[in-house]
Design a protein around this ligand. Structure first.
Ligand SMILES: [Zn+2]
Length: 345
């Protein structure tokens, strides 16, 4: 499949003014090196910044003005988790612009894969900042994947599916599209950790009811549980909604020993997900992958494996019947009961 990576040096200029922070520019160094070592860095395109008008399609004016003012005033954090520096405004607009570039390419060309290798990440940023009662913005400034989804929808490419594989719930994305039937948001996350949202019976409201799907994984879930959910939730839903494009909120912090969580995925799951997505994209338009979290092993091993299997035709994964844990199967039964109101699951 034809593909390219969107990346700019500006993404490494968003950095904490003091002390260590896990969401730091080294993350992109790790990611670039890992992609390079597998020959996945031959097509790199520089992003253009988004305009304020683009950002205002998913965020409130008050929030955007507040962020700009904080950066101009040299304040060094938006909250206890989320730092800013003088380059953060420029970096955030370019991150949002990189995601938009992916959507515009899909609108032109259909069957193509784009990896937006961006910082700061976005999926915790809601309409007016902190989303659904979360304590902080969780390292995010603007919701890049939401901007990309909005761009597709506004140009007649709908519905779109967003699959969020970051170990944390994409609360910002869920809030932005809560009432919107054009965005089917399927979110894998570890139950009960930050930001404390993403319950199984949260399904959206109004016209959006049934389009928000929360796969709240039990602690210590791993490849078997994720593969089971992929085969029994993600793929049946996608086959039933027949999206115009697929977007992935690609955090790699669910990788074993990455940093933040007990979920312990290995390269086996990321190879499987990349391969299965390639098969889906053959039917359902293009795919845009936008970086969210991932702090060490996930970026080193999960990211390049995922992208390799997504774009390289020769890479195939044969996987047997998954053997998930009893605890997961209880979760799955609850989720299936909720989803059966809307899908054949
Ligand atoms: Zn995360």
């Amino acid at each position: 499949m034809e593909w390219f990576v969107v990346y700019g040096r500006i993404f490494e200029e968003h950095r904490p003014s003091y002390g260590y922070h896990p969401e730091n520019p080294m993350r992109l160094r790790i990611a670039l090196q890992a992609l390079e070592s597998r020959g996945l860095l031959s097509n790199v395109v520089e992003p253009a910044p988004a305009t304020i008008e683009d950002v205002l399609k998913v965020h409130s004016k008050n929030y955007v003005e507040y962020v700009k003012k904080c950066i101009e005033m040299n304040i060094d954090e938006l909250d206890a988790d989320t730092y800013i520096c003088e380059k953060s405004w420029d970096a955030a607009l370019h991150a949002f612009g990189a995601a938009l570039m992916g959507s515009r390419k899909i609108l032109q060309q259909r069957r193509i894969a784009i990896l937006a290798l961006v910082r700061p990440p976005g999926h915790h940023a809601g309409v007016s900042g902190r989303a659904l009662g979360a304590p902080t913005l969780g390292f995010c400034i603007f919701n890049n994947i939401a901007g990309a989804a909005r761009e597709l929808i506004d140009n007649g490419c709908r519905p779109v599916v967003i699959i969020d594989i970051d170990v944390h719930h994409g609360n910002g994305t869920q809030e932005i599209f809560w009432y919107d039937p054009n965005v089917i948001h399927i979110d894998f996350h570890e139950y009960g950790i930050y930001p404390g949202t993403g319950w199984i019976d949260d399904v959206g409201e109004g016209e959006g009811e049934g389009t928000k799907i929360n796969i709240a994984m039990p602690h210590y879930a791993a490849d078997n549980e994720y593969v089971h959910a992929w085969l029994n939730v993600v793929e049946p839903v996608i086959e039933q909604v027949k999206p115009c494009a697929i977007l992935v909120s690609a955090g790699f912090d669910a990788f074993k020993n990455d940093f933040f969580a007990t979920i312990s995925l290995t390269e086996r799951f990321y190879a499987f997900a990349g391969y299965r997505l390639r098969k889906l994209v053959e039917k359902y338009g293009g795919i845009l992958v936008v970086l969210e979290g991932g702090y060490s092993e996930g970026l080193r091993l999960g990211l390049p494996t995922f992208f390799d299997y997504l774009v390289n035709e020769g890479k195939i994964v044969e996987i047997g019947e998954p053997k998930p844990s009893k605890q997961y199967l209880e979760t799955f039964d609850k989720l299936r009961k909720v989803l059966r109101r809307y899908y054949e699951i």
